[in-house]
Design a binder for this molecule. Structure first.
Ligand SMILES: Nc1nc2c(c(=O)[nH]1)N[C@H]1C(S)=C(S)[C@@H](COP(=O)(O)OP(=O)(O)OC[C@H]3O[C@@H](n4cnc5c(=O)[nH]c(N)nc54)[C@H](O)[C@@H]3O)O[C@H]1N2
Ligand SMILES: Nc1nc2c(c(=O)[nH]1)N[C@H]1C(S)=C(S)[C@@H](COP(=O)(O)OP(=O)(O)OC[C@H]3O[C@@H](n4cnc5c(=O)[nH]c(N)nc54)[C@H](O)[C@@H]3O)O[C@H]1N2
Ligand code: SF4
Ligand SMILES: [Mo]
Length: 691
């Protein structure tokens, strides 16, 4: 099947951004020839993208044609992790990998093999197909907790399903609250629609974030709270809403579970109580609550960032309660949005091989890859140690918590590691076999927008670089060698896309390609939950049944609250560290592009000038950030846009960018946050010393 050229321009191909970003932009790719691209533009066909994309993908030519792209399969020749390899053939590389998997399974059982993946591509065939190999071969499962588990759990606890108001409706709002997402960096399209609201309706923009990030710079009001205190802020706002008559009691009685109990509960959580926890002024909280209470068309754009604390699920739930108190859900441009996964009825049985899944096989927590690979009994359970892995679309040596344990684990002599990558990442450096991977421009895939509502197909638009092969090709080739049987291993990626679209009750691949996407937006009443919330009683839950969300539910509060389970500052660890995203890196993707590195400069910690002075330090000084897990050396950047005691470090820099070869995640804990797990990347108590 061929791609359909976009109208009007010559030598422009339609595509979709595959990266792990809620925006899932529709793209127009300038083609220089069959294997070279020029600039990438945002598509106008996707009305959420609306022609705007981020700078890093506009300059994608820099990445896809980078001189360091992996060209051929490699076999390790030096010591583990030393990064010394020799070129081998694809057949040899696949044979060696299959033999190692067979040997591990023969020795310790199939659970000794752990296929490990994440969302380096969000394409459903290339990303999720690894699960088909897993389930057919009875390899260990993976709990995909590293990103959205906390946020999703918190949202679902109240609203029931991962969906909300049409994100384009933001343009109809009078008040947009961008809560715990640095949208200017991480999902630029939020700003496109917020700007429309500001221009069209004079909408006010409020940002709730511990630091004056690029999004806060663009806002009218910035609430610079302490990390992990959003539950307290939300409770105090609700206190004012009930106290001052902004609660919509007709709405509350019809659409919510325990409004009277909630009103009594938040009556005891006034702004003064929240001020002590959040570090905000009482006046700031009062003013925000009044603005929210008096604006019917108020839109909460809830991000992932504020869920990356041990109390993150509770905080997401608490914030999501606000529109249920004011009844903002009733109005166009009112309500809340976090993510849209539940609007899609994508049938992934075939792609993922769910038909072969045996639930009795153990499933390991991806965020705990450090403890898992270093033999933590609590993680391994009654199963064997992990002795063979295939890693695709992720770079755990850098991105996972407790990175010293991750490095120790990946470096184990008795672990066979195959990494399928576009670049020689720090994870790939630990590999026994490295396989070169295609980029999204070199293979077919289908994408569901998390931050919008389109299904889009991104077809292959240029020839694969050198010997690079797609994930799907690797799954099929390994399946053949391992004797894994499933009809999907005999299909091409586009056949799988077509089959799955039809199985899901959607138009086929040719139709979706031709139209440049398929809009799945539910009608207004459904999107605004006016026919009820998708909970058993049809109501929004202020008092969620947390046992439905995750096993570790006993600690969760009955009603929205400040859940005091964060890593509190102490005499030993007086600072709280937030490890936020950089603009020019996407996790560790783009770490290799020269323009991105130039823009980001060097690893720096934003520290309040008064804290710096108290430590006897000045701008640019080398400082050591540490705790009981580890320590790293970075440069100090005096920054007034946060509270004293808060430190922000932007960017997932390679470990090699740090003096001692270990990066920021050596400070972050791998303990699973309640109730369903998830890494608390922005919840770390540290000390600071001169380096
Ligand atoms: N340029 C760029 N884009 C990206 C990424 C990237 O690394 N770089 N990552 C991609 C991925 S994988 C994802 S999941 C998304 C995530 O995108 P976001 O939803 O934006 O989430 P985060 O990137 O974790 O953090 C965003 C903000 O959360 C704030 N924050 C931290 N703790 C708290 C808190 O307790 N309360 C509040 N209110 N705010 C808090 C941080 O200060 C930061 O400004 O972005 C994607 N897009
Ligand atoms: N300190 C700190 N750590 C964090 C976070 C944070 O905010 N702070 N954020 C966390 C979050 S939200 C996430 S989602 C994780 C993300 O962490 P990762 O999933 O590891 O994301 P990336 O670092 O972007 O790595 C993706 C890799 O996939 C490769 N890739 C892309 N497409 C393909 C493909 O088609 N095939 C193959 N084989 N490979 C491909 C890319 O080259 C890249 O190396 O990081 C987490 N880590
Ligand atoms: S904003 Fe996100 S989805 Fe859009 S092009 Fe950039 S990385 Fe891709
Ligand atoms: Mo993520």
């Amino acid at each position: 099947m061929n791609f359909a050229p976009a109208p009007r321009r010559n030598r422009v191909a339609r595509s979709v951004c595959p990266h792990d970003c809620p925006s899932t932009c529709g793209l127009e790719v300038e083609l220089k020839d069959g294997s070279t691209i020029g600039r990438i533009h945002g598509s106008a066909l996707n009305t959420y993208t609306a022609g705007v994309i981020c700078a890093k993908v506009a300059r994608y030519a820099e990445r896809v044609h980078h001189p360091n792209r992996l060209a051929r399969p490699l076999q390790r020749v030096g010591a583990k992790g030393a990064g010394e390899f020799r070129t081998i053939s694809w057949d040899d590389a696949l044979d060696l990998t299959a033999a190692a998997f067979r040997a591990a399974a023969a020795r310790d059982g199939t659970e000794a093999v752990w296929p490990y993946y994440y969302a380096g591509t969000m394409g459903l065939v290339q990303r999720d197909g690894i699960n088909r190999l897993r389930y057919v071969m009875r390899y260990s499962g993976e709990q995909t907790t590293i990103c959205s588990t906390l946020a999703r759990g918190g949202w679902r606890a109240g609203a029931g399903e991962d969906r909300g108001v049409d994100p384009r409706e933001m343009a109809d709002s009078d008040l947009i609250v961008i809560w715990g997402t640095n949208a200017v960096h991480t999902q630029v399209n939020v700003m496109t629609h917020a700007a429309r609201a500001r221009k069209g309706n004079g909408a006010k923009i409020v940002v709730v974030d511990p630091y004056r990030n690029a999004t806060a710079e663009a806002a009218d009001i910035h609430l610079a709270l302490r990390p992990g205190s959003d539950g307290a802020l939300a409770c105090a706002v609700m206190h004012v809403l009930f106290r001052d008559g902004y609660a919509d009691w007709d709405y509350l009685r019809r659409y919510t579970d325990v409004p009277d109990e909630l009103a009594r509960h938040v009556a005891e959580r006034p702004p003064a109580w929240a001020a002590a926890i959040t570090g905000l002024d009482v006046a700031e909280i009062e003013a925000f609550a009044k603005l929210y209470g008096t604006t019917k068309r108020s839109f909460l754009r809830l991000g992932y960032g504020f869920s990356r604390s041990r109390n993150g699920a509770a905080n997401m739930h608490a914030a999501s309660c606000l529109p249920a108190v004011t009844g903002a859900w009733k109005h166009k441009g009112g309500g809340a949005f976090f993510v849209n996964s539940a609007i899609y009825h994508w049938d992934s049985t075939f792609v993922q091989g769910y038909d072969r899944r045996d639930p009795s096989i153990r499933s390991l927590d991806m965020s705990r890859i450090g403890p898992v690979l270093t033999g933590d009994k609590g993680d391994l359970g009654r199963g064997p140690p992990v002795t063979a892995m295939l890693v695709q679309n992720t770079n755990p040596a850098v991105v996972a918590p407790e990175s010293h344990l991750v490095q120790q684990g990946l470096g184990r002599e008795d672990l066979f590691l195959c990494v399928h990558e576009q670049f020689m990442t720090e994870t790939a450096k630990f590999a026994d076999i490295v396989l070169p991977a295609t980029t999204f421009l070199e293979h077919d895939d289908v994408y569901l927008g998390g931050g919008h509502q389109y299904i889009q197909i991104g077809p292959k638009v240029i020839e694969p670089f050198a010997e690079a092969r797609s994930n799907h090709e690797v799954h099929c080739a390994l399946a053949k060698r391992l004797g894994a049987e499933h009809p999907a291993f005999g299909m091409s990626a586009m056949e799988l896309i077509d089959y799955s679209l039809k199985a899901s009750g959607w138009p086929d691949a040719a139709t979706v390609l031709d139209a440049g996407g398929h809009d799945c937006q539910p009608d207004f009443a459904t999107a605004h939950f006016l026919n009820g919330f998708p909970n058993p009683d049809g109501k929004f839950h202020f008092a969620p049944d947390w046992s439905r969300i995750g096993p570790d539910h006993a600690v969760m509060p009955r009603l929205p609250d400040h859940l005091a389970v964060i890593e509190a500052p102490s005499a030993e660890h007086p600072f709280r560290l937030v490890t936020a995203p950089a603009r020019s890196f996407l996790n560790t993707t783009f770490n290799e592009t020269p323009s991105g590195i130039a823009r980001e400069g060097r690893p720096q910690a934003k520290i309040h000038p008064d804290d710096l002075a108290a430590l006897g330090l000045k701008a640019g000084d080398a400082v050591r950030l540490g705790n009981r897990r580890g320590n790293v050396v970075v440069h100090a950047e005096p920054f007034g846009g946060l509270q004293r005691g808060v430190v922000v470090f932007e960017g997932l820099w390679p470990n090699a960018a740090f003096v001692e070869g270990i990066g920021i995640n050596c400070l972050v804990g791998a303990d699973a946050a309640p109730p369903a797990g998830g890494a608390a990347f922005h919840d770390t108590a540290i000390w600071i010393r001169p380096a």
